[in-house]
Design a protein around this ligand. Structure first.
Ligand code: ATP
Ligand code: MG
Length: 385
């Protein structure tokens, strides 16, 4: 544990003490308590309290980050904490957000609205844990268990099902069998959750150490049939020994799916990258100079990785990197005969012909038919007009 981390915890304790001095209850809750018990690094500390957001705002320097859900961010010394008022959530009609957040004065309500037993432990400023849901036992035996009736809880908020797989990938836990059965039953509800949230959760999952285990659970639960474009890929990747990183994961999924689904909200850059991977894996087992030049090193390496994962090519990172380094030209900006010189030489005005001729010159250089020197290119241009 480093100093910053200790300071962060101390600041959280101070915030709790200040809230208590003002007559409120307050605890650290959620992932920070779970990860502390697991002796894992803690990312952020969430605080739950019976103080209303307006009360919290009177006491601390705050940022109103989630007022709709009763959350304000408190800044104390160098630390920031999300402080959320005890809540019970009423009526989830859109499968994701509660229609109305109702504040509660009873911490038990707040504990029971949380997703999994391991995420509902309360930690006070003295280091004592209060456990109303047998969460400690589940953490010790490595079990992800929904609080209450899992089917109801997943119907309220379908994203919780993906959260179960994310936590499995992060922690390597097993999913309790009733919780798993509920996912099998109501998995289709994930279709109602915004694709941004689905993709976020999957991205988080992909970074986990126990990804293979999570992917196998996803296959077992059948939820994959409701995840656009990922079903075949997840089934396949779950069988591998080595888990791919994010780009290779999506690349493999979309090659097997034959397209990048329109519904998945990737940035244009990522969408384009995955589309090009589909194209490259389809066209090349090995990359010639023209392919390396046209698509660039990064994409060719990714396509090779995906082809390798799919058993279509040898893993050739070094050969590809060496071949790229050895390219006689890497960009049309590197042509040793400038556009203005070409126009002068041929006594022609700029036009579409110029770009075409430059492309032709680049191809000739890549294919070893001409050298990238001013003299050689002048001779080439004169003999090819
Ligand atoms: P991580 O290590 O990923 O941050 P975390 O448990 O802190 O894990 P967060 O998404 O940061 O997860 O949420 C904080 C806490 O809020 C959770 O531990 C859980 O108690 C509660 N929570 C978050 N999302 C939900 C949800 N969809 N339904 C119910 N409770 C939730
Ligand atoms: Mg968290």
């Amino acid at each position: 544990m480093n100093g910053d981390y200790m300071e962060h915890v101390e600041n959280a304790k101070k915030v709790i003490r200040i809230l208590k001095k003002n007559g409120y209850e307050a605890y650290m809750v959620g992932g920070c308590v779970r990860d502390k018990l697991l002796k894992m690094p803690i990312s952020d500390i969430d605080i739950t309290t019976n103080a209303k957001p307006t009360d919290v705002m009177k006491i601390f320097k705050t940022i109103p980050t989630g007022l709709k859900y009763g959350t304000v961010t408190v800044q104390h010394n160098e630390s920031k904490f999300e402080v959320t008022t005890y809540r019970m959530d009423e009526n989830y009609t859109d499968f994701r957000h509660p229609d109305k957040v109702i504040y509660s004065t009873n911490v038990l309500d707040d504990v029971h609205r949380r997703d999994f037993t391991m995420n509902a432990l309360l930690l006070d400023e003295h280091g004592n844990i209060t456990d109303h849901v047998n969460g400690i036992k589940d953490i010790k035996s490595g079990i992800i268990r929904a609080i209450g009736d899992p089917k109801e809880r997943f119907k309220e908020d379908a994203l919780r099902m993906l959260r179960a797989f994310y936590f499995q990938s992060k922690l390597g836990f097993d999913i309790d069998s009733m919780t798993m059965d509920a996912i099998k039953e109501v998995g289709q509800n994930i279709e109602h959750v915004s694709k941004e949230r689905v993709l976020d959760e999957i991205m988080k999952m992909l970074k986990g150490k126990h990804l293979k285990k999570a992917l196998n659970s996803m296959v077992e639960s059948n939820i994959i049939q409701y995840l656009d474009g990922l079903e075949k890929g997840i089934k396949f990747i779950a069988t591998l020994d080595e888990m791919p990183f994010t780009d290779a994961f999506f690349g493999t999924c979309f090659v097997l799916n034959k397209e990048v689904p329109q519904t998945l909200p990737f940035s244009n850059k990522h969408r384009h990258k995955y589309q090009q991977v589909i194209e490259l894996v389809d066209k090349y087992q090995i990359f010639d100079n023209v392919a390396l030049y046209t698509y660039g090193l990064e994409l060719c390496l990714l396509a090779n990785k995906v082809s390798f994962i799919l058993g279509k090519a040898k893993y050739a990172k070094k050969q590809i990197a060496d071949a790229y380094e050895a390219l006689p030209i890497k960009s049309d900006l590197d042509l040793k005969l400038r556009a203005s010189d070409i126009m002068k030489l041929l006594d022609r005005k700029a036009g579409a012909w110029l770009g075409e001729l430059q492309r032709e010159m680049v191809l000739a250089i890549l294919n070893g038919k001409v050298q990238n020197t001013k003299e050689a290119l002048e001779a080439y241009v004169l003999s090819h007009q």
